[in-house]
Design a protein around this ligand. Structure first.
Ligand code: PLP
Length: 434
């Protein structure tokens, strides 16, 4: 009954606040939402209220909640075999690696599995360091790469740093971002060219022979959903090739259909040396991440052992979920759906909204991956919340969205809109209306 469900939710909340220590939160004042059920594009909270999930949780439920084929695959795998050491062969792991290799760009044909995005980043950098014999890692400001020791240090976002800054070799540079251009550019072509010139100088002054890798999110997600100008990634690729630097595309958030392509980098005609993924690979039903590896990097470890491993690398439950997710995405045209919903429903609705509200400073995105940047004033661009914090206005907006039945992500002064890639046009309109 409804009363019983509410009692279970109340008990869960009470135990949570007593015993669960939450990510990124001030534990004392944190008031998390209880989720009691989920299906498709919706979740239900502790009061039994139905909310449209415009966040895909943490931008991971790309195939929607409780997809029956994925749930069934997990159940069947659990009944067959639940754990297999990484040095043995498992059919689901082999098949997941094949399906991923077929979809990753170019010749990225081998996969090292991890349990999370941060671990994928750690291992990609490890591979690059051993491959090159160099140490430094270049990464961008306005980036997020994970919360483990190295991943947090290459992350270019002060909101994420505690006492971490200072890992040897982590060097940040500016990426292109026309709305708040570090280069005072006035158009996209100028921004692209100046960002590449800036990167070339950073490489020169850091010393190319000391730089193992350059890691960048194809479309920076957490820091603001910032698609690059059309030729930027090709330019980065050329600089990396010229200087023997391993190019790592971090597609943990923007990969697996989110931008309306299997991988965001597909739009930019560029093949990195390594590509990190997680989240959407199996919609987060069971933790899974990984690194897709180009042959020339993999060859480094043909005759010498790869110095790294994880007990749960390629866990059969997670891989079974990935096989079912990728097959369902292919069979149901989920990637195309994300692109079409983005082009025909989300973007036009946001552009129309921007006409009516002077607080909308900038709109950016692709597919089902959009940011609405809110400002006090369109000419000064003063943000409605500080970069590394929030504001009363944003807190109230979030509460109002929830009250009206929609759950977006609020990050700094931005509303991030990231529903499942399976969202229907009617559901998308319902959320956009709110
Ligand atoms: N890289 C990117 C681009 C991400 O967005 C994230 C998480 O949001 C990560 C890495 C870290 O992934 P995880 O939280 O699974 O460790």
């Amino acid at each position: 009954s409804v009363d019983e469900a509410k009692a279970v939710a109340a008990r869960a909340y009470e135990l949570d606040r007593k015993h669960v220590f939450h990510s990124w939160a001030a534990q004392g004042s944190f008031k998390p939402m209880v989720v009691t059920a989920a299906e498709g594009s919706y979740v239900w909270d502790g009061n039994g209220d139905k909310l449209l999930d415009f966040s895909s949780q943490l931008v991971n439920t790309n195939i929607g909640h409780q997809h029956p084929k994925v749930v069934q695959a997990i159940v069947e795998q659990a009944q067959r075999i639940t754990t297999i050491a990484p040095h043995h062969v498992n059919d689901q792991r082999s098949e997941a690696a094949r399906l991923i290799s077929e979809r990753t760009p170019g010749d990225l044909n081998q996969v090292f599995f991890t349990n999370s995005g941060a671990e994928a980043v750690e291992h990609a950098i490890r591979m690059a360091r051993v491959h090159t014999g160099r140490n430094k890692v270049l990464s961008r400001y306005r980036s997020y790469h994970g919360a483990t020791a190295l991943a947090i240090n290459v992350t270019g976002d002060p909101r994420r740093w505690a006492n971490d800054r200072g890992t040897e070799g982590a060097v940040h540079f500016f990426g292109p971002f026309l709305y708040r251009s570090a280069f005072h550019s006035t158009n996209e072509a100028e921004e692209e060219q100046r960002a590449l010139e800036h990167l070339e100088q950073v490489i020169e002054l850091e010393g190319p022979a000391t730089i193992a890798a350059l890691i960048l999110e194809t479309v920076p997600g957490g820091p603001g959903i910032i698609p690059p100008p059309p030729g930027y990634l090709r330019g980065v690729r050329e600089l990396c090739t010229k200087h023997g630097i391993v190019m790592i595309a971090d597609e943990v958030m923007c990969g697996f259909g989110r931008t309306g392509r299997w991988f965001a980098i597909d739009e930019f005609d560029t093949v990195p040396d390594l590509l990190t993924f997680a989240k959407g690979v199996n919609s987060g039903y069971v933790p899974l991440g990984g690194v897709a590896i180009a042959p020339h990097i993999a060859a480094t470890f043909n005759d010498r052992p790869y110095p790294g491993g994880l007990t749960y690398s390629g866990h059969p439950l997670a891989c079974a979920a990935a096989v079912a997710t990728i097959n369902a995405m292919s069979d149901d045209g989920v990637v195309d759906n994300a692109r079409i919903i983005g082009e025909t429903v989300i973007e036009p609705a946001l552009r129309e909204m921007a006409q009516r509200h002077s607080s909308v400073g900038d709109l950016r995105g692709r597919g089902v991956f959009w940011a609405v940047e809110l400002v006090e004033n369109q000419s000064t661009k003063a943000p409605l919340a500080p970069y590394a914090g929030t504001s009363q206005a944003m807190v109230e907006m979030m509460a109002e969205c929830k009250r009206l039945g929609m759950l977006p992500l609020m990050v700094s002064n931005r509303i991030h809109i990231a529903p499942p890639c399976t969202i229907t046009a009617d559901e998308a309109r319902e959320g956009l209306e709110i």
